[in-house]
Design a protein around this ligand. Structure first.
Ligand SMILES: Nc1nc2c(ncn2[C@@H]2O[C@H](COP(=O)(O)OP(=O)(O)O)[C@@H](O)[C@H]2O)c(=O)[nH]1
Ligand SMILES: Nc1ncnc2c1ncn2[C@@H]1O[C@H](COP(=O)(O)OP(=O)(O)O)[C@@H](O)[C@H]1O
Length: 195
């Protein structure tokens, strides 16, 4: 069924989710990546409509009230949500679809679309996660601290996911994700650490 073609990718801030998604976008255009709405300010290089739809709080409220979001959550002081309509359309068309969302969002999708495959992206070590988040250089130290705090909560929820991929190599993670998304039959429901 089409919902089986829905895959969710979650993991702590700085683990490499955006990097993996960018590589998928480049190397595997057959996969459709949902573009989220957010109240966060754009980082340098982020393009409206490509990385996110950047909206203000008022517009976000409107989308929530109108029921236009499939799921939404607050993360480290900003709100993020998945526009419902495009996801349902892609799934109806049989297109493998990926949502890159936080733990709260993943839990909501688990409830509303139980056939979705939930993938947890984990860092090789906690120290490496801190290094990547600081190395990215996009946030001041207080924001990094909030994101690391949220990261501890996300790391503790790994067992809720169907599968864990350890982001040592972006290429390996992408290869495995594509295989999972285009041949989901082989996926078991117990959490396995891989890659
Ligand atoms: N629930 C939910 N979370 C989202 C959505 N879009 C992005 N996120 C998550 O929000 C968190 C913060 O994203 P962002 O500010 O781009 O920071 P980054 O993950 O550190 O690059 C990450 O965990 C994202 O996966 C969405 O539509 N819904
Ligand atoms: N496999 C990897 N090995 C080393 N560095 C990585 C890897 N994946 C991502 N990074 C780097 O880690 C930092 C955080 O990655 P990013 O994709 O922004 O994470 P997220 O979207 O999960 O917050 C970036 O500077 C990115 O270049």
């Amino acid at each position: 069924m089409s919902e089986r073609r829905l895959t969710v990718l979650s993991g702590p801030s700085g683990v490499g989710k955006s990097t993996v998604v960018a590589e998928l976008r480049r190397a595997h255009p057959a996969v459709w990546l949902s573009v989220s709405v957010t109240t966060r300010r754009p980082r340098p290089g982020e393009v409206n409509g490509v990385h996110y739809y950047f909206v203000d709080g008022e517009e976000f409220d409107r989308l929530v009230t109108a029921g236009e979001l499939l799921e939404w959550a607050e993360f480290a002081g900003n709100r993020y949500g998945t526009p419902r309509e495009p996801v349902l359309k892609k799934l109806a068309d049989g297109v493998p679809t990926l949502l890159e969302i936080d733990l709260e969002g993943a839990r909501q999708v688990r409830r509303s679309m139980p056939e979705a495959l939930l993938v947890f992206l984990a860092p090789p070590t906690w120290e490496e996660l801190e290094k990547r988040l600081r190395g990215r250089g996009t946030e001041p130290e207080d924001v990094i601290a909030r994101r690391l705090e949220a990261g501890r909560v996300e790391m503790a929820a790994e067992q809720e996911f169907d599968l864990t991929l350890v982001n040592t190599s972006v290429q390996d993670v992408c290869r495995r994700l594509i295989a999972l998304m285009t041949d989901p039959q082989g996926v078991t429901t117990t959490t396995n650490r891989e890659v």
